[in-house]
Write a protein that binds this ligand. Structure first.
Ligand code: ADP
Ligand code: MG
Length: 311
């Protein structure tokens, strides 16, 4: 049995401009879970990591808007909240998809912490979260004292927060044990995991959002998986993206991909961490990494679509 870690993009759960309702998110998740259930049917072991960019930003915003009535929670607690709410929706959608394939398997969601680099505790904000704002909303963003950045590809401004690098998964051993039984589909390290760092003799939360693709590759290596899949809203990683000469990358080696990364083909905070995660996973394990959409997953597994990074 091939065990795979599949990272699902936060933007594949909630698309730009869509209202963040449970219905919209469940519908997107149902579309994503159908090919994942087919993977399980074909005999793959599947561990799911999900993004939380849009959702964790919304939770933070809810806390800030309600601050006069209810004490606001810090960002690390908001990440844990997002693991709960997205984890539940994913559990429900995945259970439904497995049922349709005639598979009875329990979907388990594990609240997961991730150890981050203490030196990088206050990195410059780089991770976009929450809603997209048009130029008319910019004044409000400035009033809130947020650090913001423009997402040219999707057209809009977003709040950005610190995003330290993940070093290890605190609950990695527990995930490995659950996966080894072959009885569960495990959801772990949601939203990149709740960032923690060592303080004295305990772990304390860090107010940041870890990139889920980087966390997924740390998790995949920790549990000894043979495949890393990153599902997003573009069919492949592109060279010269959004220019007249853009071209999709098919099968390529980790070394080649690292060169493209260094040449600056991939946007920081979005495609760059996926490519980085893939290069890191494939070069350290010799196993394949895939970047594609949920719709193209079946074909990507047969080497017919998506970006495939090989050793
Ligand atoms: P996710 O929620 O799936 O992690 P991201 O926004 O982080 O989504 O990353 C996917 C986005 O990366 C795509 O929607 C695309 O606009 C952007 N992107 C930036 N550079 C590239 C590139 N070179 N090739 C493909 N997509 C790119
Ligand atoms: Mg992302």
């Amino acid at each position: 049995m091939t065990n795979a870690v599949v990272a699902i993009g936060g933007n594949a759960i909630l698309r730009k401009g869509e209202a963040a309702t449970v219905e919209n998110q469940m519908n997107n998740l149902r579309r994503t879970c159908a090919p994942l259930a087919r993977m399980v049917k074909e005999g793959y072991g599947v561990t799911l990591v999900h993004g939380n960019g849009p959702q964790v930003g919304n939770i933070l915003l809810q806390n800030e808007i309600a601050r006069e009535e209810v004490p606001p929670m810090p960002l690390d607690v908001c990440v844990a909240q997002s693991q709960g709410q997205i984890g539940l929706m994913l559990q429900q959608a995945m259970t439904e998809a497995l049922y349709k394939e005639g598979i009875s398997r329990t979907v388990v969601c594990l609240l997961t912490r991730v150890m981050v680099d203490p030196a990088g505790q206050n990195p410059t904000p780089s991770k976009p979260i929450g809603p997209y704002y048009g130029s008319e909303g910019l004044e409000r963003l400035r009033l809130n004292n947020w650090t913001i950045s423009e997402d040219r590809a999707r057209g809009g401004w977003r709040r950005i927060v610190p995003s330290p690098r993940p070093l290890s998964i605190i609950e990695g051993g527990a995930v490995r044990s659950l996966v080894a039984t072959g009885e569960y589909v495990v959801i772990a390290a949601g939203g990149g995991g709740v960032p923690v760092t060592k303080c004295h003799n305990h772990l304390c939360g860090v107010e940041a959002v870890v990139d889920k693709d980087l966390a997924a590759q740390v998790l995949a290596r920790c549990i000894g998986d043979e495949l890393l899949i990153m599902l997003t809203d573009v069919d492949a990683a592109y060279l010269d993206y959004k220019t007249p000469i853009q071209r999709g990358i098919g099968e390529t080696t980790a070394a080649e991909m690292r060169t493209y990364l260094e040449q600056g083909h991939f946007a920081p905070g979005s495609m760059a961490p996926k490519v980085e995660a893939g290069v890191e996973f494939t070069s350290s394990t010799g196993h394949t990494s895939i970047i594609t959409t949920p719709e193209l997953l079946d074909n990507a597994l047969k080497s017919k679509a998506g970006t495939r990074i090989i050793a």
